[in-house]
Design a protein around this ligand. Structure first.
Ligand code: NDP
Length: 434
C-alpha cells in the first residue's frame, strides 16, 4: 500500500488474494521464502505511452495507453486490451494481477498481462477507431510477439478493434502471426472465442450448482452488462432452461418479467454489436420496464451473473440479493463484487465464484486459438466447445479441492486463489531469482 498509494483497485485485488493465501502459506512454509509474494505482486514490466491520432475533423487527439506485463513465469504474457475512459494504471495493474492467477488456473501455458487506453470508442466513427488502433500499435508492436506477449479484447475492444490492431501488428512486424487472439475467423480466429467467456461462466455456475444438488433449470437469472460476456451468458443460461429477467448497460437496467427469448436476445445483439445502441432503446422496442441509472441487483433472482465491470456490486447489493433468496453468484466480469460483497456472499454460504475462476473460459479459448494458430489448423465448433467445457470443469474441481471447508462446503475464493498460487509459486521457485 505504501508503494502504490493511489491504486485502490490494484490494492483491492492483492488484498483479496493475500487474505486467502496467508493461512495456506503458514501451513506450507516452503512458499514463505525467496521473496515469492513480493515477486508475485510486482509486475515484471510496465509500459506507458502516448497515442497521438487525427480525428474526423482533422484535429489531433492525445490518449494515454499502457501494457502491464505482469508475469511470464508460466508462459508468454497474455491478457486483453481495454478501451474505456476510466482506464488508468491501477485498473490495469489489478486486471493483470488477476489475469496471472486466472491463466494459471486454466492449466494452459500462459503468463499474465493486461493493457489498454483511456480512449472512448463510443461515438467514434470506424475511421477514427482504426486510426487510433493503428497509432497505438506504432508503439505497442515492439513489445509483442507470439512467444512474448499476446493481447486480446476486453471492454471496448471487440473483433473490430482487434482486427485493426492485428493488421497493423502484421504490417510493422513483417510477421503474419499477427499475435492477437480474438481475431475474426477470416484470418486465424477460433470458433467459439466470442461465446467462450459467457458460456464458460455458465458452465462454471452449472458445476457449482450440480455439486450442491441444483441446476439452472427453472431458475430466475439476472445478468449485468449487455456486451460480449453478458450476451453469451444469457444465451447459455437460456439454453439450460433458466429464465433471464434482466440485462443492463451503463445507462440502466431492462427488466423482463416473462424472461428473455431468442428473438429478444438476437435483437439485443444486433443493437449492441451492429447499431452500437443503448439498453433503453431495447426496452422501448419490446415495451419492457426500464430503470434508468439502476443496476439489476434489486430484482429478486436465484442466480446473479455480474458481467459488466469492476466494483458494480457492493455490500448493500449483496445484502439485497441474499435477502431476495439468491443461491448462486458467478462473475463473468473481473472483480465486479467489492470486498464487502464478497464477504457477505461467503458468510451467507452462497455459491459464489470469483471472476478469476468463472470467467477463465475466455482466455482458455484464447489459449486454444494460439494452439490452432501454431498447428496451422482450425478445430470444429464442437471440438472447441468440448475443450472449453472440460477446462471449466477442471478449474471447478481444482477450486473445490483447494477451497474445501471443514464442513464439506466450498469457499471458491480461497480455492481459486490457492490453486492459482500453487501453480505460479512452483514455477517461480523452479526458475530461480531473476
Ligand atoms: P463489452 O465492452 O463487450 O461490454 C461491457 C458491458 O459492461 C457493456 O454493457 C457496458 O455498458 C458495461 N459497462 C462497462 N463499463 C461500465 C461501467 N463503468 N459502469 C456500468 N456498466 C459498464 O466488454 P466485455 O463483455 O468483453 O467485458 C465485460 C467484463 O468481462 C469486463 O470486466 C471484462 O474485463 C470481463 N472479461 C471479459 C472477457 C472477454 O472475453 N471479453 C474475458 C474475461 C473477463 P456500456 O455499453 O454502457 O458501456
Amino acid at each position: 500500500a505504501k508503494r502504490d498509494p493511489h491504486q485502490p483497485e490494484f490494492l483491492q485485488a492483492v488484498k483479496e488474494v493475500m487474505l486467502s493465501l496467508w493461512p495456506f502459506i503458514q501451513n506450507n512454509p516452503k512458499y514463505a521464502k525467496d521473496g515469492l509474494l513480493e515477486r508475485l505482486v510486482e509486475a515484471e514490466r510496465v509500459i506507458q505511452f502516448r497515442v497521438s491520432w487525427v480525428d474526423d475533423r482533422g484535429q489531433v487527439q492525445v490518449n494515454r495507453a499502457f501494457r502491464i506485463q505482469h508475469s511470464s513465469s508460466i508462459g508468454p504474457f497474455k491478457g486483453g486490451m481495454r478501451f474505456h475512459p476510466s482506464v488508468n494504471l491501477s485498473i490495469l495493474k489489478f486486471l493483470a494481477f488477476e489475469q496471472t492467477f486466472k491463466n494459471a488456473l486454466t492449466t494452459l501455458p500462459m503468463g499474465g498481462g493486461k493493457g489498454g487506453s483511456d480512449f472512448d470508442p463510443k461515438g467514434k466513427s470506424d475511421g477514427e477507431v482504426m486510426r487510433f488502433c493503428q497509432a497505438l500499435m506504432f508503439e505497442l508492436y515492439r513489445h509483442l510477439g507470439s512467444d512474448t506477449d499476446i493481447p486480446a479484447g476486453d471492454i471496448g475492444v471487440g473483433a473490430r478493434e482487434v482486427g485493426f490492431m492485428a493488421g497493423m501488428m502484421k504490417k510493422l512486424s513483417n510477421d503474419t502471426s499477427a499475435v492477437f487472439t480474438g481475431k475474426s475467423l477470416a484470418y486465424g480466429g477460433s470458433l467459439m472465442r466470442p461465446e467462450a467467456t459467457g458460456y464458460g461462466t455458465v458452465y462454471f455456475a452449472e458445476e457449482m450448482l450440480r455439486h450442491s444438488g441444483k441446476s439452472f433449470d427453472g431458475m430466475t437469472v439476472s445478468v449485468s452488462g449487455s456486451g460480449n460476456v453478458a450476451q453469451f451468458a444469457v444465451e447459455k443460461a437460456m439454453e439450460l432452461n433458466a429464465k433471464v429477467v434482466a440485462m443492463s448497460d451503463s445507462g440502466g437496467t431492462v427488466y423482463d418479467k416473462d424472461g428473455f427469448n431468442e428473438e429478444k436476445l438476437e435483437a439485443m445483439k444486433e443493437l449492441k454489436n451492429v447499431k452500437r445502441g443503448r439498453v433503453e432503446e431495447f426496452a422501448k422496442q419490446f415495451k419492457l420496464q426500464y430503470e434508468a441509472g439502476k443496476r439489476p441487483w434489486h430484482i429478486p433472482v436465484q442466480i446473479a451473473l455480474p458481467c459488466a465491470t469492476q466494483n458494480e456490486l457492493d455490500g448493500d447489493d449483496a445484502a439485497t440479493l441474499i435477502k431476495n433468496g439468491v443461491v448462486c453468484v458467478a462473475e463473468g466480469a473481473n472483480m465486479p463484487s467489492t470486498l464487502e460483497a464478497v464477504d457477505a456472499f461467503i458468510n451467507a454460504r452462497i455459491l459464489y465464484a470469483p471472476g478469476k475462476a468463472s470467467n477463465a473460459g475466455g482466455v482458455a479459448t484464447s489459449g486454444l486459438e494460439m494452439s490452432q494458430n501454431a498447428l496451422r489448423l482450425s478445430w470444429h465448433h464442437a471440438e472447441v466447445d468440448e475443450r472449453l467445457h472440460s477446462i471449466m470443469k477442471e478449474i471447478h474441481m481444482n477450486c473445490a479441492h483447494h477451497g474445501k471447508r471443514a464442513d464439506g462446503s466450498i469457499n471458491y475464493v480461497d480455492g481459486a486463489n490457492i490453486a492459482g498460487f500453487v501453480k505460479l509459486a512452483d514455477a517461480i521457485l523452479a526458475q530461480g531469482v531473476y
